[in-house]
Design a protein around this ligand. Structure first.
Ligand code: SF4
Ligand code: SF4
Ligand code: SF4
Length: 285
């Protein structure tokens, strides 16, 4: 049997499924030319706060999916304002207006051993005709939540999150303890980390990520010249275990490096082994 995961028909189907999600979810910051370095407190283009991206900007799974499925930006990108009321219980922040109705949290909460069957899906969603998640009763606590954090770990959007550095630490601990299955993320183009591969690397600013044979990230680094930066990494003993690299072109490479390191730290509770100490990211005020 031959399994195909990429042909024109599949690409069209992915776009067809993504279109209604984008039509009901704030996404305008994902394709904004001013996005790098923008705090989203003020909007150059006058987009209302309800249509701007959330604190997950730069590392949400939905954003990565949008980049992969609609890299040509063929779907309409327009301001989509949704109800942005949020509540925080314990370490968990709930913002149902950002729910895309994937159902992962309900499945996890209803079937995983440490979870409390506190969530359910509703057809009376926050945007017309949508299905979204919600608590079974008024709050997480009254619904029987055990604060295992599994719903936050599987949510692809900003509907369930653990804000701040303390939230990131807590979530990393939950991941370590309960070990939910790895997310299935859009594929990335990995190249062999050897001198022969560097000739094809542009001498442009950007960020590279080195991974070992098991796919574990060794380091993430923003540099003014990608080819030179990778050549230096080849001679760096700290990067000795690296087998592959991937790269992103980005003139604001320092900013992008910080975003990718912050995303890694949120997911793992520490920085990649060859990226130094995590004092800056988790420093106390
Ligand atoms: S989860 Fe947040 S950052 Fe990601 S697309 Fe939605 S609003 Fe934007
Ligand atoms: S944290 Fe609460 S709502 Fe989330 S999966 Fe665990 S028990 Fe369910
Ligand atoms: S995992 Fe997140 S996006 Fe999916 S249904 Fe639950 S709250 Fe909504």
């Amino acid at each position: 049997m031959e399994i195909t995961t990429d042909d024109p028909d599949l690409r069209n189907q992915r776009l067809e499924h993504l279109a209604p999600i984008l039509a009901g979810h704030p996404h305008v910051c994902l394709s904004c030319p001013e996005a790098d370095g923008c705090t989203r407190d003020e909007c150059t283009y006058g987009n209302p706060p309800e249509a701007r991206c959330c604190e997950m900007f730069g590392w949400c799974e939905l954003g990565r999916l949008v980049d992969f499925v609609d890299s040509a930006r063929s779907l309409p990108r327009r301001p989509v304002a949704v109800a942005r009321a949020a509540v925080v219980e314990g370490r968990i922040r709930l913002e149902w207006g950002l729910c895309v109705g994937c159902g992962r949290c309900v499945l996890m909460c209803g079937t995983a051993e440490p979870a409390g069957q506190a969530l359910e899906m509703t057809g009376g969603g926050l945007w017309a005709g949508a299905v979204t998640a919600r608590t079974r009763k008024d709050s997480l606590r009254t619904s029987g939540c055990t604060f295992c954090g599994l719903c936050v770990l599987v949510c692809p959007a900003g509907a369930l999150s653990a804000p701040g550095e303390e939230g990131a630490r807590w979530l990393a601990g939950r991941r370590e303890r309960f070990r939910p299955a790895d997310q299935v993320l859009p594929p990335q183009v990995l190249r062999a980390f050897d001198p022969a591969s560097l000739d094809a690397v542009p001498r442009d600013p950007g960020v590279f990520e080195l991974t070992d044979l098991q796919g574990q990230v060794v380091t993430i680094k923003g540099v003014a010249d990608l080819r030179e930066g990778l050549a230096q990494a080849l001679t760096d003993p700290a990067c000795g275990g690296a087998a592959f690299f991937r790269l992103e072109l980005d003139p604001l490479f320092t900013q992008r490096e910080s975003e990718l390191l912050a995303r890694y730290a949120r997911e793992h509770g520490h920085l990649p082994p060859a990226s130094g100490f995590d004092d800056d990211l988790f420093a106390d005020d």
